[in-house]
Write a protein that binds this ligand. Sequence first.
Ligand SMILES: Cc1ncc(COP(=O)(O)O)c(C=O)c1O
Length: 390
Amino acid sequence: MSELQYSQKVNPIMATYGRFPIALVEGKGSYVWDDKGTKYLDYSSGLATCNLGHVPDVVKNAMDQQLSKLWHCSNLYHIPSQEKLAQVLVENSCGDQVFFCNSGAEANEAAIKIARKYSQQGDPTIVSFQNSFHGRTMATLSATGQEKIQQGFAPLTPGFEYLSYNNVDDLNKLKEIKPCAVILEVVQGEGGVIPADPQWLKMLDQVCKEHDILLMIDEIQTGMGRTGSLFAYQDYDLEPDVISVAKGLGSGIPIGAIIAKEHVAKHFSAGTHGSTFGGNPIATTAGLATVQHLVESNVLDEAQSLSSYLWNELKQLAEGDNSIQSVRGKGMLIGLQVNEPAIDIVHKAREEHQLLLVVAGPNVVRVLPPLTTNQEEADQFLEIMKKIFA
Ligand SMILES: Cc1ncc(COP(=O)(O)O)c(C=O)c1O
């Protein structure tokens, strides 16, 4: 627990998070240290954010230079790092234009707003999927297909309908609803690490094309190499109209964005949307260094081969041990469905083995290694898993 003594009777931080009783003060690569000097192997990557590990040199060096030049200027001026990052993002996706903001929820807010603008002559409904997670602002929690996230916040933002994920029959309902857009994760992260069925995705894409429904892919957790390619949709032969990104985009510096095809992007004309900090020089310098490294180095290839190794070993472990029911997900977004409360495993890993993991629902342990992790660290993780599930 942090050693801070509070001058007030209650903790001055609101209790929105169930915090683990350690305070992390330093990080490098796959490791973090707490304020007592204990070293942890961080296979949670700050919740799928530190994809290049903690304080990666390539991002730090770019940031160091920018920090001595200019921290902030408004979007009333051109921002070179913002323009370069937009360029790299469109060159490496199917999108044409980018809007920058500061977080995942803000990125999905922008996606929702642009879909509504696009639909002005038609139906403003947006379809999302049960079990999805799209954020905690009013519109994004309304898009989120989980009652527990929405509870207590009625009235919700109107205009959302929810269909069943991976359900072919529900695609007929989509044809009836004829929404302006669908929003989905190609691997549901917070909802329990549930990958989309590729066949179902293809059929969904087909319905969207036939009925002029925008396909909006939430890549906030799956993007930036987490599931293999730079964006997860790239492994499924899809061409989304809108892609939302955040988390790994800034390697830990807050940044979010939507990347949209031109026919959608043109609906965000001057004055329709904005953000004071969105795309500021510091955030976009971090983003630019991150994305350039992801696309120019061999980090994604190396992560692919190490994730195959992890998958094989974890599947073998699951076969020999019925306390792991299944191993699911994609690339470095791995869910272990377990028989006991997942949080107990997460506590055990941290307290007894100095390994940081997170949960994704009551019975799924989420393993999110940095993409830069190496063989030795992967073996260290697997040894701990063997001890925990022995
Ligand atoms: C798929 C997805 N969308 C949106 C969000 C919200 O992002 P943020 O917490 O940055 O607002 C998250 C966060 O976990 C997420 O996983």
